[in-house]
Design a protein around this ligand. Sequence first.
Ligand code: HEM
Length: 505
Amino acid sequence: MVGAVLMVLILCLQIFKMFRGFPSSYKGNKLPPGLRWSFPLIGHLYLFKGDPIGVFMKLSQTFGGMFLINFGPSTAAIILDPDFIDQAIKEDAIPSRPLKEMESQALIRGKRNPDGSLPGIAFSDGVIWREQRKFAFQQLVNLGFGQNSSIEEVIRSESEDMIRMLKVKSEDGAISYVFTPNDFIRHALNVVWHFVSGNESPISDELLLAAKDFMKSQSPGFLSTLQLYSPTLLRLTAALGQRNMLTSRRKVDEMINQQIADHKESFDPLHVRDFIDAYLLKIRETKNPESSFYQESGEVNMRNSMFDLFIAGLDTTATTLSWAMVYMMRWPQIQTKVQEEIDRVIGDVVPSLKHRALTPYVEATLLEIQRMACIVPWLPRATVEDVVIGPYAIPKNTHVLCIIKNVTHNPSIFPQPQQFKPERFLSADGTKFEKGDRVVTFGMGKRKCPGENMARMELYMFFVSIMQNFTIESVCDPEEIPLRGNLGLVDEPQPCEARIQTRCR
Ligand code: HEM
């Protein structure tokens, strides 16, 4: 009898432990406050099915600029306060990626480095991350995304292709058309693919489909988010035949492997054509077995770095462009001003990057598009040791989400943040573009996006070409255009009906 009572008591205690909230201190330091009750296994992940940023904003009214939630089985510190974000990132207190997410990524990537870190750039850590990131960054500069860009030609040819495609869609000005990031993905992908593989012909439909499939597997939704943080669930859903990150990654890998095999056959160390050639040369030159470029380890890191550049570079630029279309429809008077500047400065000439310095209003509009859209609204990071941020302690290995959207949409930094105002980034007399340091949409600190230059070039060329050739009009009342996105890997606009009018100039 006593034994049975004891069993029931222990069971109740276990259940209570599973549901209870967070302790208030850690090693004598205050922990951030947090939600009181949580579900076993899924924690507070149910918050992710609606508008997580809106939910975080609401929670911050109760808990302040930093609080804890349970991200599935692991605890996460959510940081909204811009000063705390600055402190966390600038002091390099959270250089790593979330541990649970890395476990899922380890499955997706299939192999770890000898030091236990993941291969590639976006999810690697420590020395290997520094080596891989530095190398990719150098190649982005060497192969044409630095100051004197040779890749401009590739972007220009993609812009022309995009315009041809939109012309077909605008043939009957009365037809309404639904813009989605899909309209731009092929062009963004061609630019990255050219950088990685040197391939001048457009990517195959097969690769495009595989990449889109991978992006779709991370689409908004409770199950996708949960799989990102639960390797077991990821494995289980793949075994049950459900398409997910694991299965769709395999298809992209096949194409990457094919490219590497082709490059090995035609490799000439004196003529480095692209990222793969540069990487093969680096592997050949590396004699230090500790290096992440050494032999087999180098091959694994090469495949994963390619994958990271490829995936990070495709949805981001395409989604920003589709937000650009939404904002131009929502604020047509700004679209008119953009077109006036393009007509005055560029005229009928094919746009080029040298026009950037001469078109401050276009540059200010592009920055405002990025601020408003903030398509990657948070930075997923983790602590590698105990740290103190603001008044709170954050223990080692804690998942941290820095909500940068609360920087780009903070009224104390950008007054009336929901208003689209390119003038924020212009000098008082409106003649000079003034870059806003707090538009942190490419991230911050040492993990800041290495593709920023490439993305800015693409955005300028693609956006100017569209505005030069078309007027994009909303089919419904512009005031009714939804400005809230669907958050998956990036925050996508909701499909929006448009009328594409060819401009007569
Ligand atoms: C509008 C376009 C883009 C936006 C808004 C964007 C934004 C971001 C953000 C917010 C991060 C996370 C930074 C952090 O954790 O602090 C990131 C990382 C990254 N981005 Fe981008 N990105 C864009 C385009 C690109 C392009 C074109 C490429 C490649 C050619 C690229 C490659 C990467 C890589 C490899 C990382 C991982 C960096 C690391 O972990 O060290 N991105 N990006």
